[in-house]
Design a protein around this ligand. Structure first.
Ligand SMILES: Cc1cc2nc3c(=O)[nH]c(=O)nc-3n(C[C@H](O)[C@H](O)[C@H](O)COP(=O)(O)OP(=O)(O)OC[C@H]3O[C@@H](n4cnc5c(N)ncnc54)[C@H](O)[C@@H]3O)c2cc1C
Length: 488
């Protein structure tokens, strides 16, 4: 085997982005991926809005223009569906809506408020988080600058941000809106992929954070995921990155608290003094490094990191082209949401608390001719036992039959968080490699002592979704970590 400056474990969006960035900086990079196909969990995403212009520019990617406008359709049991049209500047227009004009205006005002707060948070995303209490001037300066950015919102807005940041989304929505469907749309964005229900404290923060990362509140997915992944992979090939696919890393080779290489499942050894793991923090620390090399306090922090996934991916094929009752065909390319009201979503979440799933789950899905690709929640990761997939299928069928005209389901496939864990080694099959809650964000993501993409093992870096700023097809973690590594 050749010598490589850097070995990257995992070819998800972060592994690929780190490889592209570091090879652009002249490093000789090898990417090792367990599966035959690159992309990692991003292969579950139908499309994405989270790859920012900044990342596209920094990686020099060639990606076709974003869609000019997208639709978000929230299905309603009374068939008065809400259709939002979102343009390329993220301006929202109601194309269909049963809510009063007053409610629609209140909705737009709320979105404006959330966008403003998300913009402030987004300014924290492109930096390595500061070390609290390090005594280092640059960390202190960064902390002051973060505080100043919040202060710059003005007294009124700053107070409002501090009021809502720990609040549950249901309270804020009920204070401002009366229409159930409008509340459901915003709840879906706040709780999808998290371990929170609409009434869980902190669900506004997850909404703001997701908005900050995705650059839009509705993740109105205007870029094709396959295109994103193949474009980053191509940039890696163009820059001479080498790939070892269908190859699983078994463990890291460590000598004197310093990484020296990787050992593969087939016993092969590849040496390098710099390794980046894009695996989730639990898998990196407990499986690749091994608990025997960690001190007790660190083991406690790793095991306390919450990463129970609860979103399943469902692919359904119908016999005929899909049509939605009482919906104009021009909206068939929408992102569809079935999360009709706060109570419905909260009930689905209640089951999740007890490792169970509701007979009435929530759905976010896309339609393509005869096919549906859906994110289904809450379907919890089960430590013991297995999911009753037949039951889940009939639960979804009951919901969809209500909205789909004259059709018949002919194929149903589901990947639960348990399957995601198995296929991608993601602990708990978690969308973000770990909950994005206040105690697992910014300078404490994944946990104290590992939040600057470094680890207690010299030469070992981490930059998967479990690091700052979290999950999504953003590549930001990778770029932040690469910059940190290049400083050394
Ligand atoms: C159902 C679902 C839907 C989603 N939808 C969206 C969406 O619409 N928009 C969005 O922005 N995000 C979405 N996400 C989230 C997004 O896909 C992830 O946050 C993102 O892929 C994380 O990227 P990553 O590179 O950090 O990790 P991963 O994508 O998890 O990549 C890690 C890679 O490491 C590989 N690997 C693991 N163990 C080993 C080993 N021992 N040796 C070698 N290789 C190994 C894995 O096979 C994988 O390819 C979704 C996630 C899920 C689960």
């Amino acid at each position: 085997m050749k010598n490589f400056d850097i070995i990257i474990i995992g070819a998800g969006p972060n592994g690929l982005s780190a490889a592209s960035y570091l090879s652009k900086s002249g490093k000789k990079v090898l990417v090792v991926e367990k599966n035959e196909k690159v992309g990692g969990l991003a292969l579950y995403a139908d499309s994405s809005s989270s790859l920012s212009k900044k990342v596209i520019d920094q990686l020099g990617l060639k990606i076709n223009a974003r869609k000019k406008r997208t639709f978000v359709t929230s299905l309603n049991d009374s068939f008065n569906h809400t259709v939002l049209e979102i343009d390329e500047n993220n301006s929202i227009k109601f194309n269909e809506c049963e809510a009063s004009l007053e409610d629609q205006n209140s909705f737009l005002k709320l979105v404006k408020k959330y966008n403003l707060f998300a913009k402030t948070l987004s300014s924290f995303m492109f930096n390595t988080p500061p070390r609290v209490k390090s005594g280092n001037k640059s960390d202190l300066w960064q902390l002051i600058s973060m505080g100043w950015k919040v202060r710059k919102l003005g007294k009124k807005n700053m107070r409002e941000l501090l009021r809502v940041i720990g609040l549950n989304i249901a309270d804020d929505l009920e204070d401002n809106l009366t229409n159930d469907n409008l509340m459901g749309i915003l709840c879906n964005e706040a709780v999808l992929g998290s371990n929170l229900g609409p009434r869980s404290p902190g669900s506004i923060l997850t909404l703001l954070y997701s908005n900050a990362i995705n650059g839009s509140i509705f993740r109105n997915n205007n870029l094709d995921t396959e295109q994103i992944i193949s474009s980053i992979e191509q940039s890696c090939h163009d820059r001479g990155v080498e790939f070892l696919k269908s190859s699983e890393v078994k463990k890291l080779l460590i000598n004197n608290e310093t990484v020296t290489g990787i050992e593969m499942n087939d016993q092969n050894i590849i040496e390098s003094s710099t390794i980046i793991s894009t695996l989730d923090p639990k898998t990196t620390y407990l499986n690749l490094i091994g608990a025997d090399r960690l001190d007790t306090d660190l083991i406690r922090r790793v095991t306390n990191f919450r990463s129970k996934g609860n979103v399943a991916k469902v692919k359904i094929e119908f016999k005929n082209i899909i049509k939605i009752k009482n919906l104009d065909e021009k909206y068939i390319g929408s992102k569809f949401i079935y999360a009709p009201n706060i109570k419905y979503i909260e009930h689905a979440f209640n089951n999740n608390k007890y490792n169970n799933y509701s007979k009435k789950p929530c759905l976010e899905f896309y339609i393509d001719n005869k096919n549906i690709s859906a994110n289904l929640y809450y379907i919890p990761y089960l430590k013991n036992g297995s999911h009753d997939k037949k039951e889940i299928e009939s639960n979804i069928q009951l919901i969809l039959n209500n909205f789909i005209d004259n059709n018949e389901l002919i194929k149903f496939e589901i990947d639960t968080p348990n399957e995601m864990e198995k296929k991608y080694n993601t602990s708990g099959g978690h969308w973000h490699h770990g909950d994005m809650e206040i105690d697992q964000l910014l300078m404490i993501r994944p946990f104290y002592g590992s939040a600057q993409y470094e680890t207690p093992i010299n030469g070992l870096y981490i930059c998967g979704a479990g690091t700052h700023p979290g999950g999504g097809i953003t590549g930001i973690n990778a770029i932040n970590a690469s910059k940190q590594l290049l400083k050394k």
